[in-house]
Design a protein around this ligand. Structure first.
Ligand code: NAD
Length: 448
């Protein structure tokens, strides 16, 4: 390439950059969000609330039409917010992926689950990238937010987008920015959770950071997409490993008759060097049980063993079984067989005050209880109907009459709307796996 061509080329690049930069600053940039789930929908609304016109893309036509009719399928987001956003014309929900080409900035928020073999399933990311590649044009900014192993952006996304003949950092811009949303957490809406951004090039990072800075209070730029990808996996591996430690200590404490909750509460008074993590019936949701396995897979592929992740996974995924066995022992101590016992599960979502049951430990506990012959009932204000092992259950009201009829009430999810005093007053035996009944001293309550 001659010097003048380089000069023309870089002038064109900086022209494109300046144009996108100005559009972002003036909020005239069209923002597209691919995948309108727990992550994508709140993010789309965050950009809309900052004054951008946002198009949300989803292949699930049912979700698209629900949004168009002003209905939110995510507990945290009220119907009114979606209805107002759609009616104002500032949020468009569509399954027409051809319109991605019209966007100035495109953010990918599609699922990254595991295959049955526990290998990363990047098919959703790849199909979203495919849809972008079809209409990729000069001057577009693409950001991947889906959680994935370090190297995904460089090894999978860049090659596919560059097959179009366009060059990253020259013709289009690309970054990775991990999603850190915490569903159900009112204290930290997306705008208040600091955002980490790593670009494929410095310019890519600058543009992506500028975009997020329009609606997120704090943005931190790191040196590469790999670092940004690794940040998310470190965060969730940290949680998984520490929860596993709390779980193992809880099992040991139960074995020796020590109240683990009292221990954690007292240890938490230390103002440095200790951070409380709590035991529970097992991990759930789309993040903590899955993300560390992405890292494990990558480490193994690179020939590096990551022992903490394996061990934490083993302990955490064994918790539903440990909880079910304990429930059997508790009934046994009362002279009751588990077979035929009426077991009432309180809360089936993977954590409190949300409606998400993905990977919820309650499902595994229910399966184990059914396999052991228990008669099963459940209550969950967020899940009116539940299917497990081909059986359909309906949520029951948490009333004195219902509670009196069970042999064991098991608190699996500590929803704040449950009346724990009422539960303790009327259930003959309560097994509390979340310490939701803290403060109630009753002989019929047993804690994990
Ligand atoms: N849920 C969380 O709390 C959370 C928190 C942090 C990070 N994450 C990560 O964010 C990503 C998204 O998670 P989520 O919980 O929002 O998932 P989700 O299943 O709630 O939503 C994903 C949406 O993407 C849509 N989709 C799938 N493939 C598509 C495609 N090719 N084009 C358009 N739409 C498509 C699906 O129909 C679905 O509506 C995952 O990588 C997850 O690990 C999730």
């Amino acid at each position: 390439m001659s010097t003048s061509n380089v000069a023309i080329g870089s002038a064109a690049v900086s022209g494109m950059w300046v144009e996108l930069d100005a559009k972002i600053r003036s909020h005239e940039a069209q923002v597209g969000v691919i995948g309108l789930g727990y992550v994508g929908l709140p993010l789309a609304l965050t950009f809309k609330n900052a004054g951008f016109t946002v198009a949300g893309f989803d292949v699930d036509t049912r979700r698209v039409s629900e949004l168009r009719s002003g209905h939110s399928y995510i507990t945290d987001i009220p119907d009114a917010e979606v209805g107002e956003a759609v009616a104002s014309g500032k949020l468009l929900a569509t399954d027409d992926l051809n319109r991605i080409a019209e966007m100035d900035a495109v953010i990918i928020c599609v699922p990254t689950p595991l295959r049955k073999t526990k290998d990363p399933d990047l098919s959703y990311v790849l199909s979203a990238v495919e849809a972008i590649a079809k209409g990729l044009r000069r001057g577009q900014l693409i950001v991947l937010e889906s959680t994935t192993y370090p190297g995904t952006t460089e090894e999978l996304v860049i090659p596919r987008l560059e097959e179009t003949g366009l060059r990253v950092g020259e013709d289009f811009f690309l970054a990775f920015s991990p999603e850190r949303v915490d569903p159900g957490n009112k204290k930290y809406p997306p705008s208040r959770i600091p955002k980490v951004v790593g670009g494929a090039t410095e310019r890519c990072a600058q543009l992506a950071a500028l975009l997020y800075a329009q609606c997120i209070e704090e943005v931190m730029t790191v040196s590469s997409t790999r670092v940004a990808e690794m940040v998310k996996l470190l965060e969730n591996t940290f949680r998984s490993v520490n929860i596993a430690l709390a779980n193992e200590i809880a099992l040991m404490c139960a074995h020796t008759g020590i109240d683990v909750w009292e221990v954690i509460k007292a240890a938490s008074t230390k103002p440095f060097g200790f951070m409380p993590f709590y035991p529970g019936p097992g991990l759930g949701g789309h993040c903590i049980p899955i993300d560390p396995i992405y890292l494990l897979w990558k480490a193994r592929a690179d020939g590096f063993p990551l022992r903490f992740i394996d061990l934490a996974d083993e302990i955490n995924s064994g918790m539903p079984r440990a909880v079910a066995i304990r429930a059997m022992q508790l009934l046994n101590l009362q002279g009751k067989a588990f077979k035929g016992a009426r077991v009432h599960i309180l809360g089936v979502t993977y954590k409190r005050d949300i409606s998400d049951i993905r990977e919820s430990p309650a499902l595994e506990i229910i399966k184990l209880c059914l396999a052991a012959g228990a008669e099963l009932f459940y209550s969950d204000p967020f899940v009116p109907v539940l299917s497990v092992e081909g059986r359909r259950f309906e949520s029951l009201p948490v009333s004195p009459e219902v509670l009196r009829q069970c042999d064991l009430a098991m608190i699996v999810t500590d929803h704040s709307s449950f009346d724990y005093r009422l539960i303790a007053d009327h259930a003959p035996l309560v097994f509390d796996t979340r310490n939701a009944s803290a403060g109630l001293r009753r002989p019929n309550i047993v804690r994990l």
